[in-house]
Design a protein around this ligand. Structure first.
Ligand code: HC1
Length: 574
């Protein structure tokens, strides 16, 4: 360890720590803006400047390493003045329409201005830039008038996702973030993961919002409006209403959706169980009959788009299963509509997802089992929070309620889909029992749990070694697939999720400010909600879901049947 003094306080920090980390250990907060641990460590914004005794200039605490005997000051009048000037300079070229800004209340720039008493936001008046909004992508809008050039979005796209379709254009005062040759984002090979939105500190990046369309559909007496909620939404939504990260708000969420006026409040987890039935069947079929292996999961639409763009020679490896979101919509407008005698054309199928790529997925070809789109509107967890607030619902005062039947009934296997490794674990719970014909003694496949980017495991099932791997975050996916392609690694089954940590950390989840993200594993805390939810369920295997069994008995026949293929499976483009 290294011993130093911060604001006169003796601090001991591991060698190699930055001043920011050492201060955090001592309970001293240094403000940051551009810094994101392991993603954007460029020391550019100058918010985290501190004084180091003997140093000629102020230093950036986020990248400056501690040394033995160092004396650091973090809140002198000089520093506070410097940070206020930095903020005033940022504001001098910033669209300050804070009243209606989607990030008002959780904008990191706004918060710092408040903390540093930036009262005169026009202190440096002068030339300003004006940019057109980029709304060319299916899922999001870029408003560079609110961009502060922190480059967090650029870094997450390049490093975490390995995509790099955005970067700085021009130089100096004319610098703006966008795609090469100033193309619209929709014209690039962006995969719609929304990780750029998740890390943006201001209102420069946000999802296309459909909350008002939902309010209108619900008010239309000719429409039958049904909602499904993804596994991870219950693990994130509470953060928008002041609950600590890691709070399960499933019951309040169901109650809120009912009060908004949805005709049925259903659960994507039901369709996750259905996906396992189809996908486990597909896996066993490919293993037994010499099909293309490894089989790779297909529920994450960001990953699917990535595979189509960047690994077109591997689309045959993709499971032909539609995602749970789409399977849900397909069964809603066929099975449920027929059962209830409702014209599928009158049904408005709404999904709430932790994901922005789901907005893109609903418009893909071959996602219309009943001849109309399986899902009509996909909103994010953040949009649901807005919808609840706009409808005047006092979320914290709501009772816990249950989902409706039959498409609200799910197992523990369905809910863990939202964490990296969860789809794999859910599939193994079913595939192993089907292969061995015996009940599993232990349902927990802990080797595939946890937030590491790539996980591997091997299981001996009925005398056969089944090798599996799990990757989340597209850069990890690329590294794993390159090993498979080169022959360095081989597996039977791979789970890939586009977002690091899986859907719990999806691009549509509540934004977590840098100062929290830098010192908290958001992925693990939210995943904990799903694993506890699984543990508390009486039924934890998809093939034991009574509502899914009934669906096969009444409607689909067997998993992998002709009818199941027609409604629940899809194809990919190269
Ligand atoms: Fe996901 Fe899925 S788990 S993709 O991460 O397979 O979005 O939560 O809904 O469709 O079930 C997302 C989450 C979600 C699908 C399921």
């Amino acid at each position: 360890n290294v011993n130093l003094k911060i604001n006169g306080l003796e601090v001991s920090a591991p060698a190699g720590s930055t001043i920011l980390e050492a201060a955090h250990l001592a309970g001293i907060k240094i403000p940051t803006l551009c810094f994101l641990k392991e993603i954007n460590e460029i020391g550019a914004c100058r918010m985290c400047v501190v004084e180091v005794k003997g140093a000629r200039n102020l230093v950036a605490a986020c990248v400056y390493p501690v040394t033995e005997g160092m004396e650091v000051y973090t809140n002198t009048p000089k520093l506070i003045k410097s940070r206020r000037r930095t903020l005033q300079l940022l504001l001098s070229n910033h669209d300050k329409k804070c009243l209606s800004c989607v990030r008002s209340g959780n904008c990191e720039l706004q918060q710092l201005c408040r903390e540093y008493g930036v009262e005169d936001e026009n202190y440096f008046e002068g030339k300003t830039n004006h940019y057109e909004l980029d709304d060319s992508a299916a899922h999001m809008i870029r408003d560079n008038n609110k961009c502060i050039l922190c480059r967090r979005c650029v870094a997450v796209c390049e490093k975490t996702q390995g995509i790099g379709v955005i970067g700085p254009n021009n130089r100096g005062f004319d610098t703006f973030i966008g795609s090469a040759f100033d193309m619209g984002l929709g014209e690039t090979s962006c995969v719609s993961c929304g990780q750029c939105i998740a890390v943006c500190p201001t209102g420069a990046l946000y999802e296309k919002d459909y909350t008002n369309q939902i309010i209108e559909a619900i008010a239309d007496p000719d429409k039958y409006v049904v909602v499904q909620t993804a596994p991870s939404v219950r693990a994130g939504l509470g953060e928008e209403f002041g609950y600590p990260m890691g709070t399960d708000v499933e019951g309040k969420m169901a109650a809120a959706l009912r009060r908004i006026g949805f005709d049925k409040v259903f659960d994507t987890d039901w369709a996750a169980d259905l996906t396992i039935m189809e996908e486990a069947t597909e896996l066993l079929d490919r293993v037994k009959n010499g099909g293309v292996l490894p089989l790779i999961t297909s529920c994450s639409p960001g990953w699917i788009k990535y595979c189509e763009h960047y690994f077109p020679d591997m689309t045959e490896n993709l499971s032909s299963c539609k995602s749970p979101q789409q399977m849900f919509g397909a069964m809603l407008k066929t099975y449920f509509a027929e059962k209830e005698g409702i014209d599928p054309k009158k049904i408005v199928s709404v999904s709430v997802m932790p994901c922005t790529a789901k907005k893109f997925e609903i418009g893909r070809d071959d996602q219309n089992a009943a001849g109309v789109p399986d899902v009509d509107i996909a909103i994010t967890t953040r949009e649901l929070a807005r919808l609840i607030k706009r409808c005047g619902i006092d979320f914290t005062a709501l009772p816990d309620e249950k989902f409706d039947d039959p498409m609200g009934e799910s197992t523990g296997a369905g809910v863990i889909f939202g964490a990296t490794g969860g789809v794999m674990e859910a599939a193994l719970r079913t595939a192993v029992e089907v292969l061995t014909g015996e009940e599993l003694a232990n349902l927990e496949f802990t080797d595939v749990r946890g937030t590491e980017g790539i996980k591997e495991a091997s299981y001996n099932v009925a005398g056969m070694d089944i090798k599996v791997a799990v990757a989340s975050g597209l850069n990890n996916a690329r590294n794993l697939l390159n090993k498979v392609k080169s022959g360095e690694a081989s597996y039977h089954f791979i789970e890939i999720m586009g977002c690091p940590g899986g859907c719990v950390n999806g691009g549509g989840q509540p934004q977590v400010s840098g100062d929290v993200r830098n010192f908290t594993d958001v992925r693990a805390i939210r995943a904990g909600v799903l694993y506890r939810n699984d543990q508390a369920k009486s039924i934890r295997k998809s093939h034991e879901n009574p509502a899914i069994k009934k669906l096969y008995e009444e409607y689909l026949g067997e998993p992998g049947s002709h009818k199941a293929h027609e409604y629940l499976h899809t194809t990919y483009v190269k």
